[in-house]
Design a protein around this ligand. Structure first.
Ligand code: NCD
Length: 488
């Protein structure tokens, strides 16, 4: 592990085979509280641009025990970010000032990935660790949550976990859910006001048979673990009074606790506001102090691991895309083949020279035609633009027939990035060739992330990038999912 930016960057093997056992090994060292001698060669900068008690404090304690040099910056007002300096230039300065590890907490989503990308490209040996980026991710909290579960439950499989409170804006919930999706026999129960219910993109990790959702605490009654999340009022846009009213029901009172399993483990990343009432705070099933303490061994491991791997290349070749020739046959053979297939000919006339863009998802052909016009490829308009063609795989598809036009490799890659399902049928010199992109490319150079908190809407150096995720596009930086229409 070089960076810790999103839990989605880690494989199951890395999380459960390396990191969690690595954090566990640090428990004894953290308990002894005996610091290693001061070592000015290793330096961490903590840049917390949002409030923090536990994450910052446990990272500081971890660095103290390791004997590292450390610098703690709290609040944007302490830096030139308050003078509208960009995140890119802020991160560059921290790297230039000798940070081996830079731990950042931001309101802006995707800022840590962007910082890691530019610092890696510019040759800095630095590990970027995300201490929370807006409503997106909090991967280091997940590592300590998993360590807590392992310590208290003794296993990381076969349990039912219930989440309650703010599941929409609570980043700790997002990261933990993504990590648990790798495990066996995990059942997830979600209890929240409708205003703060979990987004589909996270629920999708668990099929219907492993997920239950509702708007009362009652559905948590047979959970082995219950994980609370503070209503993130500072991130909510809408009727705050209505949200406060709706969230009143999501708290653990003595009566609610009585309805839970006798040996339930109750976790919360803290801070909590009303979710845990004073009457139950000291109940042995509420393990939030032990959970917070697990932050220390976890971050000892993460600092050392980041330092060890600070020179590894991790993020660079993201935009690689390969085009593969799926078929290459004489045109005549192809035409004979085609004649035998029923129904095809009625939709478009075959060409003797040119390109057919096939398998375009229904409704996307207009966008694609505009793109081709923008590239200066279509001077006299498209010869045939055929919409709603019945297709075996799609139900319906669109097709663009470009007579006497051939596309450059980069253009085919751009088109495939808009729609990875597309195939290019090229007819040239009496030969028929079918080409397809084999890797789903990252979309660059077009579109805009609709999320106003995304780094691409805050730092002029951060260009929008998107990845394909099922039928949607996921922002490469803030990780939010959108429809193609919203982005393009
Ligand atoms: C959380 C956070 O900042 O995401 N706290 C934490 O890091 N332990 C939870 C919150 O702010 O509600």
């Amino acid at each position: 592990m070089r960076h810790a930016i999103s839990i989605n960057d880690f494989s199951a093997g890395e999380i459960y085979g390396d990191i969690v056992p690595g954090c566990k090994e640090m428990v004894g060292f953290a308990q002894k509280k005996k610091p290693k001698p001061y070592n000015p060669k290793k330096k961490v900068i903590y840049a917390f641009f949002e409030a923090s008690t536990r994450t910052r404090g446990s990272y500081v304690e971890a660095a103290r025990l390791l004997g590292w040099d450390r610098d703690v910056i709290t609040g944007t007002e302490a830096t030139s970010l308050s003078k509208k300096e960009s995140i890119a230039n802020t991160a560059r300065m921290f790297a230039l000032q000798g940070a081996d590890v830079l731990v950042m907490r931001t309101k802006i989503e995707g800022a840590q990935r962007f910082a890691a990308e530019i610092l890696e490209e510019e040759g800095y040996a630095i590990s970027i660790q995300n201490a929370g980026d807006g409503t997106n991710q909090h991967p280091t909290q997940t590592f300590l949550d998993l360590l807590t579960i392992l310590e208290k439950l003794g296993r990381l499989d076969d349990f039912k976990i219930g989440f309650f409170g703010d599941l929409k804006f609570g980043r700790t919930v997002h990261s933990l859910i993504c990590a648990l999706a790798h495990r066996k026999n995990i059942f997830v129960v979600l209890a929240s006001p409708k205003e703060t219910s979990l987004q589909e993109q996270y629920k999708r990790h668990f099929g219907h048979s492993r997920l239950q959702e509702g708007d009362s605490m009652e559905i948590l009654k047979d959970c082995d673990i219950i994980y609370g999340s503070r209503i993130q009022e500072e991130r909510f846009v809408g009727d705050l009074i209505a949200l406060q009213r709706a969230s009143e029901a999501f708290k653990i009172t003595p009566e609610v606790l009585n309805g839970f399993k006798k040996d339930v483990l109750i976790m919360h990343p803290m801070p909590y506001v009303k979710e845990i009432t004073p009457q139950v705070r000291k109940d042995r099933r509420i393990i939030i102090d032990d959970q917070a303490w697990c932050g220390i061994p976890t971050r000892i491991f993460l600092l050392e691991e980041g330092y060890k791997n600070r020179k590894k290349t991790t993020l660079l070749p993201t935009s690689e895309c390969r085009l593969e020739i799926l078929k290459e046959i004489p045109l005549e053979e192809y035409l004979n083949e085609r004649k035998k297939r029923k129904g095809v000919n009625q939709y478009f006339i075959p060409i003797n020279n040119g390109t057919v863009i096939d398998h375009i998802p229904q409704g996307l052909s207009i966008k694609m035609r505009n793109f081709l016009s923008g590239q200066g490829i279509l001077h006299s308009g498209v010869k045939h633009l055929i919409e709603d063609v019945p297709s075996k795989t799609f139900g319906y598809k669109d097709v663009i027939v470009l007579e006497d036009i051939f596309l450059a490799k980069e253009v085919m890659i751009k088109i495939s990035s808009l729609a990875p399902s597309v195939t290019f049928n090229i007819v040239k010199d009496e030969t028929f060739e079918k080409i397809k992109a084999t890797t789903s490319p990252i979309i660059t150079g077009m579109g805009k992330c609709p999320n106003t908190n995304c780094i691409t809407n805050h730092d002029p150096e951060a260009e929008p990038k998107f990845k394909h995720s099922d039928e949607e596009l996921a922002c490469y930086y803030c990780e939010k999912h959108f429809s193609r229409e919203e982005v393009l």
